[in-house]
Design a protein around this ligand. Sequence first.
Ligand SMILES: O[C@@H]1[C@@H](O)[C@H](O[C@@H]2CO[C@@H](O[C@@H]3CO[C@@H](O)[C@H](O)[C@H]3O)[C@H](O)[C@H]2O)OC[C@H]1O
Length: 446
Amino acid sequence: MENFISGFPGCEFQIRAALAEVIGEKKSEYFFDKFLEYFFAEPDAAFFKSLGLNCIRIAISYRHFEDDLHPRVLKPEGFKHLDRAIAACAKHGIYTILDMHTAPGGQNGGWHSDHGAHISGFWIHKDFQDRLVWLWREVAKHYKDEKWIAGYNPVNEPADPAHSGLVTFYDRVHAAIRSVDPNHALFLDGNTFASDFSGFPDDAGTRWPNAAYAIHDYSLYGFPSSPEPYTRTEEQRRRMRRSYEKKREWMDARGLCVWNGEWGPVYARREYEGDEMDVINETRFAVLSDQLEMYWQDRLSWSIWLYKDIGYQGMVHVSRSTPYMQLLREHLYKKYRLAVDAWGADDRFVRDVYTPLLELVRAEVPDEDHQRLYPYPIWTLPRRVEVLARNILVGEFMIREWAEHFRGMDEAQLDRVAQSFKFENCVEREGLNRVLRAQAGQSASN
Ligand SMILES: O[C@@H]1[C@@H](O)[C@H](O[C@@H]2CO[C@@H](O[C@@H]3CO[C@@H](O)[C@H](O)[C@H]3O)[C@H](O)[C@H]2O)OC[C@H]1O
């Protein structure tokens, strides 16, 4: 679960703790269990397949399987929802790729690795790495004979400042998985948010056989921070292609298999952007379509980010009229206004608050080299300030407020709220699905 996907501020572990504080451990567990049950069920798989798509990447968290206070003790219910989702997909002829989206200690400094900080502990503490290697062996043991799993994506968007730690981790996780499962493919993300393979070994092809290399190809034209509106000029298309080609260069030079594990624009919302919404979104669909065209020319397989959310990026989103969206309407607007979700945030209402902070750093640390802290250039100075000051700090102060909305609810009420995420209570993002469907049709007829 992520803040902009599910509507809470901060990270998943923080909202789980906050809800438990407000309504008690048992009811909180009940709510999140129901949430996961409704978030992806058979009607979702049927819809996904109806678009002509045949593979879905499922983001999982190490926290589903083990507890930081009881490391290396497999939770009895750990595989419950994953088994169910894989079975639903299999029934509809959809392959799954298991993506470890959060690693103990955090494999990058983003909110999505669910550790609440901007420094990644995973690369600093060997024990965190040992735990993930252990966990992957357990996961691979569990799924070794599951033919509807296309493969394992051992870690989402690693950001290892030294680069060599990632290679060592891939050596170890490869050996651990292969010791129990010789068959499933591995999908290995590049370093620094799946963008940089320069630290990978030249013998990768033989060292990690049966592997694909994953890039994440977000085009800057698909986001509110785009330097200019995307009007499909030759120059814009050239930049879009160049940015994508740069990410896959290393694999192309070695004849290795590339997979685009994440990509896709974000969308404007009527309740926030008003009448500008349609124009903005048509532009975003154009970005989407041009990216797909590029991938099609190269016969590149991809997995779009993302399938379901509360209305920012998903192929389907929870309807505004559901109990969850009604309950949190004001809170969600406040999150938007304060730009506390780092992903694709529009900071227009709070820019003046953070500008002095940026200016202070620029004035007091004038050496630009000293401002370029890893993961530069993905995290520039402004990006770092956004992540730390807005997403982590202000976001943290809003967590309790999110949880308070549930105070006094009994299980029946919690279930009703969680049901908002059922496919039946979601709305399709038609423009997006139209483009995907057309592309899937093209692939099928070739
Ligand atoms: O969970 C996902 C998460 O995986 C995703 O992470 C972001 C991916 O993009 C990163 O920046 C891009 C790096 O490549 C450049 O070419 C693009 O222009 C950048 O946008 C970003 O730092 C990651 O946090 O984000 C969405 C989450 O839901």
